[in-house]
Design a protein around this ligand. Structure first.
Ligand SMILES: NC(=O)C1=CN([C@@H]2O[C@H](COP(=O)(O)OP(=O)(O)OC[C@H]3O[C@@H](n4cnc5c(N)ncnc54)[C@H](O)[C@@H]3O)[C@@H](O)[C@H]2O)C=CC1
Ligand SMILES: O=C(O)[C@@H]1CCC=N1
Length: 273
């Protein structure tokens, strides 16, 4: 494992849901040494509990955490990110890399808040990073070197797949894979409810639903076949599946999902201000 380690000091400013998932995974996967990671949160009352949970130093002092860091992962809510960047700008090491996971906030806005030629990478990960099955889209700001993109790919690669996209596509990514886990959780819950409705115990129904979603997703990723071809393999003429598909089409499942991604992407654009 040690040859795969990133020998970098990383500060996670805003170790909430997403920041916490990422920092735990970076350490657990062996990519970073716990001693090289520091994290911050807003409230002093949570630092002790989170230090114990994450196994890294957790404080409320963004400036101290950022001072010696090679990579600063910004995990605060979009509305707070520019003030946090302004706060840490005076202590940034030359060559430090800022990585923001904030929805909507552009690399240009972060560069502006940093007030200099600072390397900024914008990332949109998702919560399945917690089980190393995440997907993260990355885009680079104006002052980023190729090696810094490679560092970000290593970091997010430790928690799943990565793709590099043009920045103009980041809100679209947010609408699909950033918010998408929530849509899929709702689908799994609803499929399980269907199972309960036809007599299955809840726990069995939930396992059947979740494993079916995982298996179907794996088939798409591993066979490279079009989802429609895989759907056709399940669908016997005059059989059970096509009866279920009729119900999906009557309920406009496709249009509903297309709209979900579209509305979320539109909201991401709105939040950019
Ligand atoms: N939750 C998700 O599925 C995803 C979230 N994101 C992005 O991640 C960011 C955080 O979202 P969540 O983790 O869901 O929110 P959260 O509320 O769980 O985490 C935010 C954390 O920031 C801390 N914080 C607030 N102000 C601070 C400050 N001034 N200094 C240091 N820490 C401060 C809070 O204590 C909290 O721990 C957002 O920008 C969001 O757009 C991106 C992808 C997915
Ligand atoms: O709901 C949100 O705003 C964040 C961004 C992507 C997922 N959660």
């Amino acid at each position: 494992m040690s040859e795969n380690k990133l020998k970098l000091r990383v500060a996670v400013l805003g170790a909430g849901k997403m920041g916490g998932i990422l920092l735990q995974a970076f350490v657990k996967s062996g990519l970073l040494d716990a001693t090289d990671v520091t994290a911050t949160v807003l409230h002093e009352s949570r630092t002790e509990e989170l230090s114990a949970k994450y196994g890294v130093t957790v404080t409320t002092d963004n400036v101290e955490a950022a001072r010696n860091a090679d990579v600063i992962l910004l995990g605060v809510k979009p509305m707070f990110i520019l003030s946090v960047v302004k706060q840490i700008a005076p202590v940034l090491k030359p060559g430090a890399l800022l990585v923001s996971v904030a929805a909507s906030i552009t690399t240009a806005a972060i560069e502006g808040a940093a007030g200099g030629e600072v390397a900024v990478i914008r990332a949109m990960p998702n919560t399945p990073s917690q089980v190393l099955a995440g997907v993260t889209a990355l885009c680079a700001g104006r002052f980023v070197q190729d090696e810094q993109v490679a560092v970000a790919e290593r970091l997010f690669g430790a928690v799943g797949r990565t793709v590099v996209v043009a920045e103009r596509l980041m809100n679209a990514v947010t609408g699909l894979s950033g918010s998408g886990p929530a849509y899929v959780f709702i689908m799994i819950e609803a499929l399980a409810e269907g199972g309960v409705n036809v007599g299955l115990p809840r726990d069995v129904a939930t396992v059947l639903a979740a494993q079916t979603v995982e298996g179907a997703a794996k088939m798409v990723l591993e066979t490279g076949l079009h989802p429609a071809a895989l759907k056709d393999m399940v669908t016997t003429p005059n059989g059970t599946t096509v009866a279920g598909i009729l119900a999906l089409e009557e309920g406009s499942l496709r249009a509903t999902l297309i709209n979900a991604v579209k509305r979320s992407a539109e909201r991401a654009a709105e939040l950019a201000g």
